[in-house]
Write a protein that binds this ligand. Structure first.
Ligand SMILES: NC(=O)c1ccc[n+]([C@@H]2O[C@H](COP(=O)([O-])OP(=O)(O)OC[C@H]3O[C@@H](n4cnc5c(N)ncnc54)[C@H](OP(=O)(O)O)[C@@H]3O)[C@@H](O)[C@H]2O)c1
Length: 348
């Protein structure tokens, strides 16, 4: 297996389209020379890779927000890195940047990607890793999804699935800041304790217990006004059953279907409970956080303030070593992470 070496670029190339959980055989892990940037290009040293469930969908042959990763290409991934060489006016060596750097040690970013790279503000009083988590795309997703799509009012009940994960843990804490009752759904007693004892959720439901539907009913005595949905499947069906008239479903993700969910006519079956959607006048709205890109500066400033004030407590799980990236991705589907899952590729 290629070892870390500052003169070598290790890269994961997609070898075949995975079936079910990803496996080592789905990738070629290869070494190449560290590339030099061409005109208008920037060379970035990857420091951290943000692990995101959508990567699994990008490995299929279907367009999911972005086109599929081509066989033989570097696996796509969002990262945080340091510019080491630049032929683009706006970036200089030493700058910290966020962008689509892929599962590799070094990325040459072409001009269209350079235009989309985000500058990591060194003045914000939060750790670097938080800029990929609670104050980065994860936080943006929670912030815009809950506030703009879900539009919760003080006193309303907000139920969040995958609540101990990256997006869910931030969404629940924002719901509390906005004066709502926050109920999290998560797998296992430790995650549920984290939600109520450390992150301030009002209640947590362990969906791995046989009586979880009763627990959901007990935790939502006034019904549910907003569902921040990350999972889908029977969890989402049960939440929809308890929604109040005029409730809002924020469709952030449907992780239950990404690996190998049940299919009908080739489509993933991730929602079965449609009748309450019309009888209870529910609004289901999907979004992708990049829809809100012009407002990212607002979100990062607000999220960093909440983090600095202790109103949002970021949680992170960090796996050391680029070579462990495929196993890290599987952890998202096994519940093997608390908060934001990151792969550390190099010392910042
Ligand atoms: N719309 C957007 O712009 C956008 C952006 C980023 C992420 N997302 C979506 O947001 C969701 C959460 O992503 P994330 O990055 O924050 O990941 P995450 O929540 O940190 O990790 C995934 C968690 O989901 C839970 N999970 C996995 N498979 C499950 C299943 N079959 N049933 C129930 N729970 C399951 C696991 O927690 P337990 O231990 O509790 O099972 C796991 O820890 C995903 O659906 C993702 O696609 C959307």
């Amino acid at each position: 297996m290629p070892q870390s070496n500052p003169n070598v670029n290790r890269r994961f190339l997609l070898k075949q389209r995975p079936s079910g959980r990803i496996k080592a055989a789905d990738f070629d892990f290869v070494e190449a020379a560290v590339p030099a940037p061409g005109p208008g290009e920037v060379l970035v040293r990857t420091l951290y890779i943000s692990m995101e469930p959508i990567y699994r969908l990008w490995m299929t042959d279907t367009d999911h927000d972005l086109p599929p990763v081509k066989l033989g290409d570097v696996v796509r991934g969002v990262g945080l890195g340091r510019v080491v060489a630049s032929n683009a006016e706006q970036w200089k060596p030493g700058d910290l940047a966020g962008g689509m750097f892929g599962w590799q040690d070094y990325a040459v970013v072409p001009p269209p990607g350079v235009a989309r790279m985000s500058r990591i503000r060194p003045d914000l009083p939060v750790p670097l890793t938080t800029m990929l988590g609670a104050c980065g795309s994860t936080g943006f997703c929670a912030y815009f999804g809950l506030l703009d799509v879900g539009r919760p009012k003080p006193g309303e009940t907000v139920v969040i699935s995958a609540a101990a994960g990256a997006v869910g843990s931030v969404a629940g804490q924002i719901a509390k800041i906005k004066g709502c009752r926050a109920v999290g759904i998560a797998g296992g007693p430790d995650k549920c304790r984290l939600l109520t004892e450390e992150l301030g959720f009002d209640a947590a439901v362990d969906y791995k217990r046989a009586d979880w539907r009763d627990a959901l009913a007990a935790a939502t005595p006034n019904g549910i006004d907003v569902n921040y949905e990350n999972v889908g499947g029977e969890i989402m069906d049960a939440v929809i059953d308890r929604m109040n008239h005029g409730g809002r479903v924020v469709l952030c993700g449907l992780i239950t279907g990404y690996n190998e969910g049940a299919r009908r006519d080739g489509h993933l079956q991730v929602l079965g409970n449609f009748i309450p959607i019309f009888t209870h006048r529910l609004r289901i709205e999907g979004f992708v956080f990049t829809d809100f890109a012009p407002r990212f500066p607002e979100a990062v400033a607000q999220l960093a303030q909440w983090v600095a004030a202790g109103q949002i407590k970021p949680r992170e799980t960090i796996i050391d070593g680029l070579e462990h990236t495929p196993e890290a991705l599987n952890r998202l589907f096994d519940g093997g992470n608390v908060g934001k899952l990151l792969v550390k590729v190099a010392e910042p």
